[in-house]
Design a protein around this ligand. Structure first.
Ligand code: ADP
Length: 612
C-alpha cells in the first residue's frame, strides 16, 4: 500500500510540475461540484420545515430567494471553474509529449537507440492514447477522489442529528432510538460503502489488466491507419506485391479475435451487482428515516435532509473508494512513466574545455579501442589503433558491417569504448566538456536527418543564421542550382510537416544540404560517413574529390564501402570485421596482392571500370 501511495504522490507531483495549475483547477472545481447538491438539500429541508411549521411568509420568501441565488451562483462558479480546468488540461497531451521527448533527447544515445527503451516509450504512449492510463487517468481519479471526500464530510455533518434526535416519549417506535437500530443502519451503510464499490473496482481491474491487450490492438490499428497511409514507400511495395488483402485480413482477424466484447460483459456484470447492493441497502436506510419521522422524531423537511445526506454519503464514499481503486489500478502504468524518466545518464560528463586554436592543431588517436554494442557478445570494433593528424585526409574503407560507422560514433562519443581509449591532443576525450568537444566536429552520417524547418535553418542548425554563409556552403555542396528554383530561397521549408508549401527534396539533394550543414559549422574536423550512398559511384567520387578542395585546411575523414571514391586520399585505412587490418596509400595497398584492399578493389572494379 505504501508503494501505491508513493506512486500516486509521485504522479501528482509530476503533474504539478507542468506549467499549468492542473491539480489546483481540478481540486477547486471538484470541491464546488461536490458542494452544490448540499445547498439544495439544506434549503429544501428548511423550506419544507417552514411550510409544515411556522409558515412565516417573509422567512419563506427569504429562503426561496436565497436557494435560487445560491444555486445560480454555484452553477456559474461551477461552469467557470470547469472552463478553467479544461483550459489547464487542454494541452496536457503536448505537455506529456514534451516530458517524454525531452527525456528521449537528453538520455545517453546508447539508451535512446536501445530497442527495449524505445519499446518502453512506445508503451507509455500506447497506454496513454488508448485508455488514458498513466497520468491522464490519475488526474481524473484525483478529481473524483476530492469530490468523494468532500461529499462524505458534508453528508456526515448533515446526517448526524438523525441518530441523536429521539422519538417522543412513549412512542411504539422507541426501538428506533436504540443502539441496535443505529448498529443496523451503520451496518447497512457499511455494505453500501464497501461491498458495492468492491465490485465496481473489480470491474475496473478487469479493464486495467486489459490495457496491455488494448495496446497491442492499437499498434495494429496505428500501423494500418497511420503507418501504411503515412509512408508512401510502403504503399509502393504493398501495391507491387499485392498485399492489401492479406493486410486487411490480418487486421480484421485481430479485431475478430479481440476479447473486448467478452470483457465489457464481465465489467457490466460487476457494475450490476454493485448497483443492486447499493440500491437495496439505501432503500432500507430510507425506511428507517421514514419510520423515525412517522414516529414524530422530526419533521418532513428533515426527511429530505437525511435522505439527501445519506444518498450523498453513499455516492461520495463510493466515489472515494472507486477513485482510490482507479488510482491503484493506474499505478502500474504511471510506474512505466517513472521507470522511463528514471533511466540514468551514465555517460561520463567531462569538464575540461577544448582549447580554441586558430591553427586547428588537433590530433586524435584511437588507442587499442574495442567496442561491443549493448546486449551483443561480438565486438563491433576490436583493438583499433590509429592516429589522425591535423590537415590529414583519411579514408576509411571496408565492406558493409566492418565497423566504420561504429568507429565514427565512438569518435563522437555517442558511445564510449568498451576497452581502450580515444584521445584528443593526448587527453581522453571523456574528460572534455561534451558540447565543446562536439564543436570541433562536423559530421554527415549515413542516415543523417534534416528537420522540417527552412533550408537556411537546416544548414545553420539554428533559427538565426548568416544568410551569405549559408548560400556559400550550399554552393560548395552543389545545391546552388536547386536553390535557384526555390521561390523563397533560404526561407523555403523543407518537407511539408510544418508548412504546406514546404518542398520535398530528393535523397541526393538532402545529402547536399547535409554536407552544407557540416561545412557551415566550420569545424577543424569533417567526417563524411557515406553521405553519398544514394549516389552512383562516379557521382560519389566527384563529390568526394570536390569536397577535398572545399575542406581546405581541415582534417577530413571519408568513409565509404566503395574503394574508388576514396582513392584520392593519401592515407587509407581498411576495416574488416571490426579490425583495422591495413593502412597506406591507394597504390601501396593495391600493390599488396594478398591484402583485403586488393581483393575488394578487384571485386568492385568490374562494376565501375570507368571510375577505376
Ligand atoms: P559499417 O559502417 O562498416 O557498415 P557498422 O559500424 O555500422 O559497419 O557495423 C559494425 C557492426 O556492428 C555490424 O556487425 C553491425 O551489425 C553492428 N551494429 C551496428 N549498429 C548496431 C547497433 N545499434 N546495435 C547492435 N549492433 C550494431
Amino acid at each position: 500500500m505504501r508503494k501505491h501511495i508513493k506512486s500516486i504522490f509521485r504522479g501528482l507531483k509530476l503533474i504539478s510540475s507542468f506549467p499549468k495549475p492542473i491539480l489546483q483547477s481540478s481540486a477547486i472545481s471538484a470541491v464546488v461540484r461536490a458542494g452544490i447538491p448540499f445547498i439544495n438539500i439544506w434549503f429544501a429541508a428548511q423550506i419544507l420545515n417552514e411550510l409544515v411549521g411556522g409558515r412565516n411568509q417573509s422567512r419563506l420568501t427569504f429562503l426561496v430567494i436565497l436557494t435560487i441565488g445560491l444555486n445560480l451562483l454555484g452553477q456559474v462558479a461551477n461552469r467557470a471553474l470547469e472552463k478553467w480546468h479544461d483550459y489547464c488540461r487542454a494541452n496536457f497531451w503536448q505537455l506529456m509529449s514534451k516530458l517524454i521527448s525531452d527525456k528521449m533527447l537528453t538520455m545517453d544515445y546508447i539508451d535512446a537507440e536501445n530497442p527495449d527503451i524505445r519499446q518502453k516509450q512506445s508503451d507509455i504512449w500506447g497506454h496513454h492514447n488508448g485508455m488514458g492510463f498513466g497520468l491522464s487517468r490519475l488526474i481524473e481519479a484525483y478529481d473524483g477522489l476530492i469530490q468523494g471526500i468532500i461529499r462524505v464530510g458534508l453528508s456526515v455533518a448533515f446526517a448526524f442529528t438523525l441518530f441523536t434526535t429521539r422519538t417522543p416519549e412513549g412512542s411504539s417506535f422507541a426501538f428506533l432510538d436504540s443502539v441496535w437500530a443505529v448498529i443496523v443502519v451503520l451496518l447497512l451503510l457499511c455494505i453500501s460503502m464497501f461491498v458495492a464499490p468492491y465490485f465496481t473496482m473489480l470491474g475496473g481491474r478487469v479493464l486495467a489488466n486489459a490495457s496491455e491487450e488494448n495496446n497491442q490492438g492499437n499498434r495494429v490499428f496505428t500501423f494500418y491507419f497511420w503507418t501504411m497511409i503515412g509512408k508512401s514507400e510502403l504503399g509502393k511495395d504493398i501495391r507491387i506485391y499485392n498485399q492489401q488483402d492479406s493486410i486487411s485480413r490480418g487486421v480484421e482477424s485481430y479485431f475478430k479475435n479481440s476479447k473486448w466484447l467478452a470483457l465489457s460483459k464481465i465489467v457490466g456484470r460487476y457494475q450490476f451487482i454493485s448497483s443492486f447492493i447499493n440500491h437495496t441497502t439505501n432503500g432500507l436506510i430510507y425506511l428507517f428515516v421514514a419510520m423515525k419521522a412517522f414516529a414524530g422524531a422530526f419533521g418532513v423537511g428533515s426527511i429530505v435532509q437525511y435522505v439527501g445526506a445519506i444518498t450523498q454519503f453513499a455516492n461520495g464514499f463510493n466515489d472515494t473508494l472507486v477513485n482510490l481503486g482507479n488510482m491503484i489500478n493506474n499505478n502500474p502504468y504511471a510506474e512505466k512513466i517513472f521507470e522511463f524518466l528514471d533511466i540514468p545518464n551514465e555517460k561520463y560528463q567531462g569538464t575540461l574545455p577544448v582549447e580554441k586554436r586558430d591553427d586547428t592543431d588537433f590530433d586524435i588517436e584511437f588507442k587499442d579501442v574495442s567496442f561491443k554494442y549493448p546486449g551483443s557478445d561480438t565486438y563491433a570494433l576490436k583493438n583499433v589503433s590509429f592516429k589522425l593528424e591535423i590537415g590529414q585526409r583519411l579514408a576509411v574503407v571496408g565492406m558493409n558491417g566492418s565497423g566504420k560507422t561504429t568507429m565514427i560514433k565512438l569518435l563522437c562519443r555517442l558511445y564510449d569504448p568498451t576497452e581502450g581509449e580515444i584521445t584528443l591532443n593526448g587527453i581522453d576525450i571523456k574528460k572534455y566538456n561534451y558540447d565543446e568537444y562536439m564543436n570541433i566536429f562536423g559530421v554527415v552520417f549515413q542516415d543523417f536527418a534534416l528537420l522540417p524547418f527552412t533550408l537556411g535553418q537546416n544548414v545553420a542548425a539554428s533559427v538565426d543564421y548568416d544568410g551569405d554563409r549559408a548560400m556559400k556552403v550550399l554552393e560548395d555542396s552543389g545545391f546552388d542550382r536547386r536553390l535557384e528554383s526555390m521561390p523563397k530561397g533560404l526561407d523555403t521549408y523543407i518537407y511539408k510537416n510544418f508548412e504546406e508549401d514546404g518542398v520535398e527534396v530528393s535523397g541526393g539533394e538532402a545529402q547536399k544540404i547535409a554536407l552544407a550543414r557540416a561545412l557551415y559549422k566550420n569545424t577543424p574536423f569533417i567526417v563524411l560517413d557515406e553521405p553519398t550512398a544514394a549516389l552512383d559511384p562516379i557521382a560519389e567520387y566527384e563529390i568526394y574529390t570536390k569536397f577535398n578542395e572545399i575542406v581546405g585546411e581541415k582534417t577530413a575523414v571519408y568513409i565509404s564501402h566503395r574503394l574508388s571514391s576514396c582513392r584520392f586520399c593519401d592515407d587509407i585505412v581498411v576495416f574488416h570485421e571490426g579490425e583495422l587490418i591495413q593502412r597506406g596509400s591507394h597504390e601501396g595497398l593495391l600493390a599488396d596482392a594478398d591484402g583485403k584492399y586488393h581483393e575488394l578493389w578487384n571485386a568492385q572494379a568490374q562494376y565501375y571500370a570507368v571510375s577505376a
